[in-house]
Design a protein around this ligand. Structure first.
Ligand code: AMP
Length: 291
């Protein structure tokens, strides 16, 4: 059983489910509230902001770090997904995490493994169209983490809006006793939403990628000036993104948060979601018009 304790801050690195459960049970017995930050690692400021967002609501912050194979399709980037545990460990410790849960694949998916959690319909639209097994993998691993950690609070980034809405639905539909909180999108100074996958971008692609947020901002301005027509808003975003030579649009949708279905007009709870390919790198972003 591997448990390393950092002498200065007491941050623990735990690889085994049983060990994590034992440690957390002891905290729970003394009335401590537990918070969970699920991640796939390769931390950037977006990830670290989640630690800040949950810190004041709980006593113990558990950051899980697991590149979850079931949420990658066969032709996707599981093998080359960026990883740097040493750096992640340092950043999480500096940011005040109490525990990093860093299990191996066999620990999370002992064979045989047959059971998945599926959120119907919501997992089939937007990113689900090009990534048919993705959200099934996400809901399954998050459900497993909820059962292992039994957090009082869990935090997810608004960056992955469809993921967030699916998890909120799963928590409601399956009565998970956890409060889900949402952290805003953290962006690079030029507007590009931070993502572990941004490292895949070539120099030229990286230069053009901020066009996505520029297009969303332009749409936001026209909505503030009174435009409500979904087609016009989407067209505006399309034109702007297409002005970047290397951008290939996968989708631009104005959708309702309640069911992720397209709406004809901007309404409270609607937001624009986009997926854009730069070479093989798929970037997603979104912007809500009302809070
Ligand atoms: P990932 O490691 O990509 O699975 O992301 C782990 C968590 O970090 C998810 O809840 C993401 O929504 C969140 N996240 C990723 N990028 C950002 C960002 N730029 N701003 C805010 N949250 C983010």
């Amino acid at each position: 059983m591997k448990v390393f304790k950092d002498s200065e801050t007491g941050m623990q690195i735990i690889n085994e489910i049983d060990k994590l459960k034992t440690v957390l049970m002891d905290y729970r017995k003394t009335g401590k509230r537990i918070g969970l930050v699920p991640t796939m690692g390769y931390f950037h400021e977006g990830h670290l902001s989640l630690i800040d967002a949950i810190r004041g609501k709980v006593d113990i912050v558990v950051v899980s770090l697991f590149v979850n194979p079931t949420q990658f399709g066969p032709a996707e980037d599981l093998d080359r997904y960026p990883r740097d545990f040493k750096r992640d460990e340092r950043l999480a410790r500096e940011r005040g995490a109490d525990i990093i849960f860093y299990p191996g694949v066999k620990e999370m998916y002992p064979e045989p493994f047959f059971t998945y959690v599926v959120t119907d319909q919501l997992s089939e639209v937007l990113c689900g169209k090009s990534r048919p097994v993705h959200f099934r993998g996400v809901t399954t691993i998050v459900a497993k983490l909820f059962n292992i950690v039994q957090p009082d609070v869990a935090v997810f980034g608004r960056k992955d809006a469809q993921q967030l809405i699916i998890i909120q639905r799963m928590v409601n539909d399956l009565n998970f006793p956890v409060e889900v909180i949402v952290a805003p999108i953290v962006r690079e100074p030029d507007g590009l939403a931070m993502s572990s996958r941004n490292v895949y971008l070539s120099e030229d692609e990286r230069k053009q990628a901020p066009i996505i947020y520029a297009a969303l901002q332009k749409a936001f301005e026209t909505v503030q000036n009174g435009e409500t027509n979904a087609e016009k808003i989407k067209q505006l975003i399309r034109q702007k993104i297409e002005s970047a030579e290397l951008a290939r649009i996968e989708y631009i949708e104005l959708i309702a948060e309640r069911d992720l279905q397209p709406v004809d007009r901007v309404e409270p709870g609607s937001f624009v979601a986009v997926a854009v390919l730069f070479g093989k790198t798929r970037l997603i972003d979104n912007l809500a018009f009302f809070n």
